[in-house]
Design a protein. Structure first.
Length: 383
């Protein structure tokens, strides 16, 4: 990190403002002089892990990001004003990274060791929670801890489970940051073997901060269903979208591409579900649970009320056609049959009323022979 001498005081003022706002770390592109500590080129964070994760995710062969602590950097620059001999200046540029290193050298080794121990524990706690809430439970906690303590640039963890009679094998991939001692959960590979099938289906799912595709959602996607997720655009803006695997197209790594049905696509799940005579929609708590389950890509059991009778059906979201797929109790797709039953149930009385009105009207106009004549016309005979 470098700064022009004329911008030194401005950067200090910005660092103080960041500290007062509660930001603890800042990430920046290497090689570009820092003009302001609060600018479009600088990302700010309230903890070290998020700053390190940002640098890890955004560093490439072309762009290199690094991070620094806000308050220690301010104190180091403050010390540099009091002791100019600490400043490393070349071509009118001050090396802030070197200044910060010199500042830390006066700290006791005990404090630095404690800080490293605290950060390592936070890293472990964060990864254990991330693995848990991505759907792998807590059984990998000890394995994860042992792998981190062993060290190395990267490592993998294995997980196996069943959904129904289907077997799912997963390999979790971790790597060490190039800028720090912290590790990151990057992705997991899923291999799905259907019950009774010798063939396996493979797909890699990448970890995104905040709203990962869980293992159960991954299984649902590999089954061909759709999942509703909150995603983050490159510009950092969040948006909601349904995602579905495109089994006809793969990327250069052999992964099936994702089809997206954004909010502006116009799929209203609640409206699509409400078109069916589902008993559970009558209670708000059941309704909310039903919607949440469908958004995760699950096939959900529901009760249809048709002609005064209750029938067990299963439904799943179908955002592509802005509807829901309906299955009978044997998981056979109903197709148009369920809509036919619904129409018969909902419109039978209306049809009878219309027929009765027509018969009465014809009888009033031409007498008792009118219904018979009308029947002959329907058969295509002359009257």
């Amino acid at each position: 990190m470098i700064v022009a001498q004329q911008d030194y005081s401005i950067v200090m003022e910005d660092l103080l403002a960041l500290h007062k706002e509660g930001f603890s770390h800042m990430a920046y592109p290497e090689g570009i002089p820092l003009k302001r500590a609060w600018s479009d080129e600088v990302m700010t964070f309230d903890n070290q892990y998020d700053a390190a994760e940002f640098c890890h995710d955004n560093t490439s062969d072309r762009d290199i990001f690094n991070y620094q602590p806000v308050w220690p950097l301010y104190r180091a620059m403050e010390k540099g004003l009091d002791s100019p001999e600490l400043l490393s200046i070349q071509g009118g540029m001050v090396d802030l990274s070197a200044l910060l290193r010199d500042y830390y050298q006066v700290e006791s080794e005990t404090i630095k060791h404690k800080n490293n121990m605290d950060m390592n524990q936070k890293n472990l706690d964060y990864l254990q929670d991330q693995v848990k809430y991505t759907g792998f439970g807590e059984e990998l906690r000890n394995d994860l801890k042992q792998k981190i303590e062993k060290g190395g640039d990267d490592f993998k963890l294995q997980h196996s489970t069943k959904f129904g009679n289907d077997t799912v094998e997963a390999t979790l991939n971790f790597s060490k940051s190039k800028q720090s001692e912290m590790y990151f959960f990057n992705s997991y590979n899923v291999s799905l073997q259907k019950d009774g099938s010798a063939e396996k289906l493979d797909q890699t799912f990448y970890i995104n901060k905040g709203n990962n595709i869980t293992l159960k959602e991954a299984y649902n996607l590999m089954e061909g269903r759709s999942v509703h997720k909150e995603l983050t655009a490159k510009e950092g803006e969040k948006y909601n979208s349904w995602v579905q695997l495109d089994f006809k197209n793969s990327d250069d790594k052999g992964n099936f591409k994702l089809k997206h049905y954004h909010e502006n696509y116009g799929y209203d799940l609640e409206a699509a579900v409400s078109k069916h005579p589902i008993k559970e929609l009558g209670r708000d708590d059941f309704k909310d649970s039903l919607m949440d389950s469908l958004k995760k890509g699950n096939v959900q059991s529901v009760t249809f009320q048709v002609d005064g009778k209750e029938q067990k059906h299963f439904i799943e979201a179908n955002p592509q056609f802005k509807t829901v797929n309906v299955y009978d109790s044997d998981m056979q797709r109903l197709g148009s049959r369920e809509s036919k039953s619904e129409k018969q149930s909902q419109g039978e009385s209306q049809d009878n009323k219309r027929a009765a009105k027509t018969d009465v009207k014809d009888a009033e106009m031409v007498g008792d022979d009118a219904p018979k004549a009308d029947a002959k016309k329907k058969r295509g005979q002359k009257v």
